[in-house]
Design a protein around this ligand. Structure first.
Ligand code: NDP
Ligand code: 2IT
Length: 446
């Protein structure tokens, strides 16, 4: 490692102990940004990197709620308000038992750069809880969401901090939280995004992250005069992002052969077509079942406790969670002919896996660029809420495609190497950094 990165990281690790995901996310950015800062000393003097790695504010709170047996349950609640240089804090809420302060800090840190890349005026934030919605009744989820929002409502607002969904937080949870916010404040505002379309939500928001991830893959393929037609794709996860990545990739002529959840993956060599995907959406979003049931229903193989990266594919779309592609998985993917990775999830590849992609010069779109479509359409939802009107589906999809193309252009601007290879890691890190850094300089030491 560069000695300047090492010195910077040792300070970060000492002042943020026990937060390995946060260290990982900061280090990956520091490796791109520190050499860039050396060439642009104004950022160095203003200590932008040091400031950007320190959250503006963190709120941590107790979330007590009554389960269906009348017993009191207690969870932890968090909101990380990371950076507001270019707009109000914006980012999702994650409800999952693996949520810790360090996980949310990594996600909030990534969000700052991602939101800047979208070209829209949004700062970065993230929040959530170690609450596990799995196995809970709708009533219990509502009780939890109401208690969570009772405290969170003091800290957010349509011009201050606008949360949305992430793992474990979809339309149902956003509905319960919006209802409680409205009741407490007596205000119908765009304080959350991902709302239902009848009550202020935007068309295409549910689809946006998955669609955007595929549009970004398409833009990367175009640099090699290639398309998605007839490509075999391995997708991980089976939640919101995976479902719509599968839908769009299939629509554009590719064949998606895997889906997974935390218990294992299914391999369908015939491809997960529209009809089968409809069944998965019902399974996951309505019946809240396990992906294993797909294997039983359609007579394909299920691999318990494994991830889909040993399957032969041209393209991998990791859409489940962080660090789900190890160095060994990356080696296997490349060896099997995979030449494009577009990340629907946040930081799904370990640092070692990323090094393997770059060494093999495959097309690699990091999450902060490739999955920015979700928050971009959240930004469009905020605009529609402010104007008190709603745009048509085609119009929003068009804007989403334009934003993904613009992000891709920014990555090329800052990431093209001497031999013509586009290093999207450097491109997205520097591209996301510049706008925030310039705003921070203009606003002084705040
Ligand atoms: P969902 O809750 O809808 O789906 C999550 C999926 O990932 C499920 O299939 C889940 O399986 C699986 N998963 C979760 N945790 C693990 C784990 N520890 N190991 C293996 N599988 C796991 O979430 P989303 O689809 O919204 O989010 C997926 C990823 O995309 C996350 O990284 C999120 O941060 C990122 N993202 C989401 C955006 C959005 O708009 N929703 C925007 C940008 C990024 P199981 O059901 O077994 O838990
Ligand atoms: O990681 C992400 O970008 C999200 N979970 C979406 C955030 C948002 O505000 O829409």
């Amino acid at each position: 490692m560069d000695s300047r990165v090492e010195a910077f990281m040792s300070k970060i690790i000492n002042s943020n102990p026990g937060e390995p995901e946060f260290h990982q996310a900061v280090e990956e950015v520091a490796e791109s940004i520190i050499p860039f800062i050396e060439e642009n000393p104004k950022y160095k003097h203003a200590k932008i990197l040091e400031r950007i790695a320190e959250p503006e504010r963190i709120v941590m709170f107790r979330v007590p709620w009554l389960d269906d047996r009348g017993e009191i349950q207690i969870n932890k609640g968090y909101r990380i308000e990371m950076n507001s240089a270019i707009g109000p804090y914006k980012g999702g809420l994650r409800f999952h038992p693996t949520v810790t302060l360090g996980v949310l800090k990594f996600l909030a840190f990534e969000q700052v750069f991602k939101n800047s890349l979208t070209t829209l005026p949004m700062g970065g934030g993230k929040g959530g809880s170690d609450f596990d919605p799995k196995g809970k009744t709708d009533n219990e989820v509502m009780k939890f969401c109401q208690s969570f929002m009772t405290e969170l409502s003091r800290h957010i607002g349509p011009d201050t901090d606008i949360p949305a969904g992430d793992i474990g937080v979809g339309g149902r949870e956003i509905g319960f939280m919006f209802g409680q916010y409205k009741r407490l404040r007596n205000e119908f505002t765009g304080v959350l995004t991902g709302k239902g379309r009848e009550w202020g939500g935007s068309l295409i928001r549910p689809e946006a992250t998955g669609y955007g991830c595929v549009y970004f893959a398409q833009a990367m393929l175009q640099t090699r005069r290639d398309t998605l037609a007839d490509k075999t794709i391995a997708v991980s996860g089976s939640g919101n992002v995976s479902q719509y990545a599968t839908e769009k990739a299939t629509e554009l002529g590719a064949k998606v052969v895997t889906l997974s959840d935390s218990a294992g993956y299914i391999y369908d060599p015939e491809g997960i077509d529209k009809e089968k995907l409809g069944w998965v959406m019902d399974l996951k979003n309505i019946r809240r079942g396990r992906i294993k049931e797909y294997a039983e229903k359609f007579g394909v193989d299920y691999y318990e406790g494994q991830r889909p990266w040993t399957v032969k594919c041209d393209i991998a779309l990791p859409c489940a969670t962080e660090n789900e592609i190890s160095a060994e998985d990356a080696e296997t993917l490349v060896k099997n002919g995979c030449f494009l990775v577009s990340e629907g999830a946040n930081m799904p590849s370990t640092q070692e896996a990323v090094e393997i992609y770059l060494k093999n010069k495959i097309l690699y779109g990091p999450g902060k660029a490739a999955n920015a479509g979700g928050v971009a359409v959240s930004g469009l939802e905020m605009t529609q809420n402010s104007m008190r009107l709603s745009w048509h589906r085609e119009e929003i999809d068009q804007k989403l495609q334009q934003i993904m193309t613009d992000i891709h252009e920014t990555c090329i601007k800052y990431g093209r190497e001497n031999d013509g290879y586009i290093n999207y890691v450097r491109g997205s890190n520097i591209g996301g950094f510049v706008k925030v850094a310039d705003a921070m300089i203009a606003q002084g030491a705040v």
